[in-house]
Ligand binder design. Sequence first.
Ligand SMILES: C[S@@+](CC[C@H](N)C(=O)[O-])C[C@H]1O[C@@H](n2cnc3c(N)ncnc32)[C@H](O)[C@@H]1O
Length: 334
Amino acid sequence: MNLVQKKRSERNQTITLSPAERTELKKELITEADISVGFDPSGKIICGDVVRVSEKLPRQSVDLLILDPPYNLDKDFHGVSFKKGSISGYTEYLDSWLPSLIPLLKPGATIYICSDYHSSTSVHLMAEKYFTVRNRITWQREKGRGAKTNWKNSSEDIWFCTLGNGYQFHVDRVKEKRVVIAPYRQDGKPKDWEETPDGNFRLTHPSNFWNDISVPYWSMPENTDHPTQKPEKLFAKMILASSNTGDLVLDPFCGSGTSAVTAKKLGRNYCAYDSSEEYCLLALKRLKMADSDKTIQGYKDGVFWERNSRQLKRSSEDQRAASKLNFFDESENL
Ligand SMILES: C[S@@+](CC[C@H](N)C(=O)[O-])C[C@H]1O[C@@H](n2cnc3c(N)ncnc32)[C@H](O)[C@@H]1O
């Protein structure tokens, strides 16, 4: 099978499916009906409904649960529309499927739940009901539709929860590498920062404000036509902080497969499902591409690089350094 994607324009790297690829990938697709007793979820993309699939999966097998359900807004997912409703209506929607996932979690499991401003209240209520809420991360995703009578929506809430009190959190794996603005020295030597041929950098502890990650767009190699695709860099932070190599990462609303692809690139096991066949096929294609490309844009040498390396791109020499570091100018699409 030829997995080389057709480019729409020279710089457009959006991953698409040809009819031939659909036919081939469908042969690998697992459906609800294929799950029977003894089913091993590792490395599987399943096409099916969140509750019906979850009820068939092995109990207490999941180390990390990533939840990115449809938000409380009008959105079309490959022909299936979601409508914006009341906060109480969305809370009921969350409560209609969330309990089906809880038996799948190991006692030390971590759960991240994505939301926007209109979904966040419901998510908080449900997270409090079933888990221990540890934090709310604000992801400043930058891109958003400008509005004439409102502030542009350019941030999301991600609720960080655990099932119990014993949980893993590996802060050293998610440090951020930032350009030093004030290069303070002590005895002539850099204080808490590093002088390198590529510039001056500081490694910082990650906070609950994530402003180093943009949504995928057409010139990024991870981009697909999924309407609400999350960036690999976003899920990489969750996976590195809250799981170990070999752990099982579960995503029951996987869309284009970002969580599974990122888990695979980082040496974790994954199981992901989505009710849309088209998105499951896209996920399978991306997983194949990850066999030969393990890069995660913005994550290199064990650190997360800050967004928009403009400081690094002041000269052509700096630009070359930036491209070696896997940087890209995210500002062009904002
Ligand atoms: C917000 S998107 C997830 C995007 C994904 N994180 C990505 O990076 O592509 C939510 C997904 O939930 C799927 N979905 C909606 N209802 C579902 C259900 N009942 N069971 C499983 N998946 C469902 C939709 O098809 C959609 O792809």
